[in-house]
Design a protein around this ligand. Sequence first.
Ligand code: KG4
Ligand code: ZN
Length: 343
Amino acid sequence: MERKERDVLILAVESSCDETAAAVVRNGREVLSNVISSQIAVHTRFGGVVPEIASRKHIEKINQVITQALDDAGKELADMTAIGVTYGPGLVGALLVGVAEAKAIAWAAGKPLVGVHHIEGHVAANYIENPDLKPPFACLIVSGGHTHLVVVRDYGEFEILGRTRDDAAGEAFDKVARAVGLGYPGGPKVDAAAKEGDPHAYEFPRAKVEGAPYDFSFSGIKSAVLNEINRAKMAGEEIRVADLAASFQNAVVEALVSRAVPAAKEYGGGRLAIAGGVAANSALRTALAAACAKEGIRFYYPSPLLCTDNAAMIGSAAYYEYIRGARSGWDLNAVPNLKLGER
Ligand code: KG4
Ligand code: ZN
């Protein structure tokens, strides 16, 4: 396709956790390339992400990942309109690698730099495969570090309806996976194990937060699973991993669905999207699709590859920041605890 004068091409960079990623995105919605170099194999033997190792691996990979993203897109740096980069939240050393790289490239090529909020990126993943999706809509954000139920008022503008009071949903998946011996990364392993198990084998608590109908709490569910494992061990019983995984997952999914669907109905104009690594969970996707169909809510979800960390979603979010006039200075820094809704 010939490049139109108004086309905005973003080279996006993401390095907030354990994926080194770069992508080229046209006009916020069309992914020309999406390269992800995962560090999972490196961190697996430690049972989780080791921040220092993550930073070093990002440094090793980032140049080749960016070159690959430009090559796959059939573009050159000179063709780009702007450079987008995740500057928070995330691991500070990991974020700094992407931020320093993006600054250097933008400076050298004379391109504007656009710092992107990682969670805003996760939400934007929904725009890539749903050309008709525009704000406002409700969005359930469930990642390794975040669990928020929001109304997306406009691109990059969120009103928070609820949040977790303790663990993030992904964190609970990761901790339970470790406890039952499934290892890292927990979410996909629990998802797979649960397919062989009975979701009603154990009844785990569904915590409600008094006076905050859209808030979540997952530490009670997690503790109940850990207690059951200890009880079984003490009694010399075999640990039924598949049943534990299925019952735990069922409890988390119920907690998420029972809040997200009413929120979409009341505040989201009858539209619900999901975002973040846990949005790749097969049971959550099935349960939300069924509940939304029943309630007449339109349900939007990114494909699993765009749910977990990637740079295409950062390119989409960067586009909307770019067209509203946002530009970062050469003093852009990593902000490891950047809050949702902050820029
Ligand atoms: O969004 P993400 O890739 O990174 C963060 O920004 O945190 O999310 C990672 C989280 C991890 O906790 C991982 O276990 C979880 O998402 N996750 C899943 C699945 N795939 C990834 N949780 C449940 N089911 C899955 N299929
Ligand atoms: Zn993420």
